[in-house]
Design a protein around this ligand. Sequence first.
Ligand SMILES: Nc1ncnc2c1ncn2[C@@H]1O[C@H](COP(=O)(O)OP(=O)(O)O)[C@@H](O)[C@H]1O
Ligand SMILES: [Mg+2]
Length: 602
Amino acid sequence: MILQTIRSLLIFTRPYPWAIPTLVVLGLAASLAEGLGIGLIIPLLDNMLQGRGETAASGPLADLLGRVTAFVSGDHALLVLSLLIVGLVSLKTLILAVDVYVSTRVIAHSMSDLRVALARQLLLVGYDFFSRVPQGTLINLLGSQTYRASEALRALTTLIGSLSTVAVFGLLLLLLSWQLTVVVLLLVLPVWLIVRALAALAHNWGEQVVTSYSSLSERILELLVAMRTIRIFNREQAEVQRFAGAAQGVKRAYQRTETLNQLLPAVVEFLYVPIFVVVLGVAWYLEIGIPTLLVFLLLLYRLQNPLKRANTSRVILASYAAGIRDLHALLDRSDKPYLESGTNRIERLHDGIEFDRVTFGYTGTDTAAVTDVSLSLKAGSVNAIVGDSGAGKSTLIHLLCRLHDPQAGTIRADGIDLRELDLPAWRAHIAFAGQDAELMSGTVRFNIAYGVDEASEEGIEEAARIAQAHEFIVTLPGGYDAEVGPRGTRLSGGQRQRVALARAILCRPDILILDEATNAVDGVTETAIQAALERFSTDTTVVLVAHRLNTLKRAQHVIVMKEGRVVQQGPPERLLAVRGALQELYAAHHALDGRGATAPGA
Ligand SMILES: Nc1ncnc2c1ncn2[C@@H]1O[C@H](COP(=O)(O)OP(=O)(O)O)[C@@H](O)[C@H]1O
Ligand SMILES: [Mg+2]
């Protein structure tokens, strides 16, 4: 269990293969320096107690140190030995300082790498993945759990350091007196077993920590995104209640694990007390010399701290295991959808795009969102897709942008299956503006220039003019440098849409896709946008999802969707002239408001 967690943690430090061995060596060196420093007290005491009738030091370590220090006899012995002790203890402090530097560095670096790897994974994984995993879970993993992973890594380095000390001191104890060491081992064993049980407990509680943090993140996210709705619907109190519920879960999980983690050192210390008493008794029985016994007790006393830290680290590692497992699960590529990129490229769209009997359903749904769709979009033409909401219009566009691959049928660009095309190169042909006008926090200029690597001032303004955005942008405080706020919330819906449209136009795409991209803009402005677009992009293939009849009439090709199927397609004049789906769509609306300007579903 614990080994599994350690192995998972070590994967994070893989780019720094020198780190763990270095920490082991440093840990051993520091312990050895301290242990020998303490050991030198034996010859020191021997020297001091000489001729006072005390029992002399005994045991292998005492003999060894006695022989090594034999050269320092006489008048200077006390001074030299004292200096040696001070020197060794200083050396230990120095090594510890290096140890802290190395461990902190490797933790900081590998955790930063981990965060970047997670972000990369989210950006590369198939788009489908996001309909399956709650956003709160993802935020929790990227936020809290990476932090907890760094704590776990810290616990691991602590474990390495303290186990090094336990090993070295254990060896020294054994060399001092194997009988006493066996006694200590027998007494430490139950402590080890108790901590093992506590670690198992912490492991289970760790699971709750992760899930409770995930639901808390979900609540935070929804609170921020739906702030307006919550207030207008008077749900503040209810939302506070819901939030309190999620916070309660975190509280419970925190309380349990933290109590255990904080209490553990005290418990270990308490269990340690009898050991000293027993060791004293056994030493008296075995008639072990005072210098040896004193050093034995001193080492044993110094061993308390590393043992405490080793045990605590063990429990911390156990309680963070679930989070670490989930981080690895998110990074795992084997169980996630990925769109394979092809290698083919097209220079420019020459002939057009063809959907050939395309069927697609979203993961986790029984019914297909689009069924058996065949249609062709001629290069350089303006194409409109219409239909009730839920008819599958946006799905067609997702497929065209290759956010998903169809389950049956093929989509071809100039006769080449999209799956055979290099994915980034294909997307470079496309620019998109949608109903939601997803803006990023930053300035208006930043948002318009988002899709291109370098944009000139004139280019940005031209795009804004075509999108009928320039006029309102210059009235903003700061103009193009005005901040749009988080997700663009400082702009109105229609303004956001026009900025998003300018962003798409600036890319000068081969294929311009507008999915209800101007439905929050008034009709007059929309007509102006259309006229400007037509002048600007004579050889661009335009695909637009639109509802206004005026917009529709300007298209060369209209595709009418109903319940995931294409029910009618052709030039708008022809479709409007005959009885059919398009006429029905507009007739229904005509009856409602008599203007016939928009279709239902707008
Ligand atoms: N991410 C998704 N997961 C599951 N079902 C979806 C998802 N997106 C859309 N759908 C479903 O697919 C169908 C077509 O949706 P969509 O293409 O967005 O319709 P339109 O754009 O014409 O309004 C709808 O029934 C909708 O509920
Ligand atoms: Mg849609």
